[in-house]
Design a protein around this ligand. Structure first.
Ligand SMILES: NC(=O)c1ccc[n+]([C@@H]2O[C@H](COP(=O)([O-])OP(=O)(O)OC[C@H]3O[C@@H](n4cnc5c(N)ncnc54)[C@H](OP(=O)(O)O)[C@@H]3O)[C@@H](O)[C@H]2O)c1
Length: 272
């Protein structure tokens, strides 16, 4: 099965599906998920300083026998490391834990008030020095992105936000499309908070697919990069097995009506 790449505005490629790594609890669990992921065809892994598992990812990829260039690794600067010098220093620590000399994608995890400007400057410098191929942001609203026009030398080409059938964020999606910012959909299964929607159940039955596969396929067809998390090998495989069918027009129409503004993670909406 071949996983499509998306070409970002900076011309780097990113696999359209990545394995989410938040809340993977120890090296044993991590190794199981990583090995199942590689076996199922994942090449893209989404970590963060805040997840406390960069070292586990470093250990797992080194043990996998994969060449570094075969993998796409993301990390994020944690909110406690947004001061300019701290952003640089903490990134060096991330590289050491990940056991690599670059990451494919480096994000600012959250639009931390005031500090986000200098933190972005650090990311621009890290990219220039070769430490990160692509730089972007996470949890940024339109307002935070607009503000970047005043201080960024390099605009972000990725915004990682909570996005799923139940939180469709149409204004943000339109803004990002208009500005050539790729969207990474996090919590694409709505953190399993709403797995009993009849519309999705019916579409799943029609295509002979599972509930989760319909939620993930919807993200793919919207053009998002999708980041489902699982530590269960059968689900890891199920979640990537979404490239052999298509939703039809009627499905897309019905799914468009299921937006409920359901947020399952932190909301950046009121961050000044
Ligand atoms: N940038 C940010 O602020 C931010 C915030 C949240 C998340 N993220 C990223 O996005 C990733 C995914 O988000 P998430 O972890 O919040 O939620 P999610 O992927 O929407 O849901 C994960 C949950 O769904 C379960 N699951 C996975 N596949 C399933 C399937 N096929 N059927 C039924 N249940 C299934 C998992 O259980 P098991 O693991 O037990 O299988 C886990 O409990 C994170 O891991 C992280 O990489 C980023």
């Amino acid at each position: 099965m071949s996983i499509p790449d998306i070409i970002l505005a900076d011309q780097h490629k990113i696999p359209q599906i990545g394995l989410g790594l938040w809340q993977v609890k120890d090296q044993n669990e991590f190794d199981g998920a990583f090995t199942a992921g590689i076996k199922a065809g994942y090449r893209h892994f989404d970590s963060a300083q805040a997840y406390g598992n960069e070292q586990m990812l470093g250990n797992a990829w080194q043990a996998s026998g994969k060449k570094r260039g075969e993998l796409f690794l993301t990390t994020k600067i944690g909110v406690q490391n947004f001061r300019y010098k701290k952003a640089h220093a903490s990134f060096e620590e991330s590289l050491a834990k990940l056991q690599t000399d670059y990451v494919d994608l480096l994000l600012l995890h959250f639009p931390v008030t005031i500090l986000r400007k200098k933190a972005w400057k650090a990311l621009e410098e890290i990219q220039k020095a070769g430490g990160a191929r692509t730089i972007g942001v996470s949890n940024y609203t339109i307002r935070h992105l607009e503000e970047m026009k005043n201080y960024a030398r390099v605009m972000p080409v990725v915004n990682q936000v909570e996005l799923h059938v139940f939180l469709q964020q149409p204004e943000l999606v339109k803004y990002c499309r208009d500005h050539n910012i790729a969207i990474e959909a996090y919590s694409p299964l709505a953190h399993v908070r709403a797995m009993d929607n009849q519309v999705i159940n019916d579409i799943a039955k029609k295509h002979g697919k599972t509930y989760a596969q319909i939620m993930l396929r919807w993200c793919i067809e919207q053009g998002f990069i999708v980041l489902p998390k699982s530590v269960t090998p059968s689900r890891i495989k199920e979640n990537i097995d979404i490239f052999d069918f298509k939703l039809d027009e009627k499905d897309i129409e019905l799914l468009a009506t299921q937006n409920k503004n359901l947020r399952t993670a932190w909301s950046p909406v009121h961050v000044p």
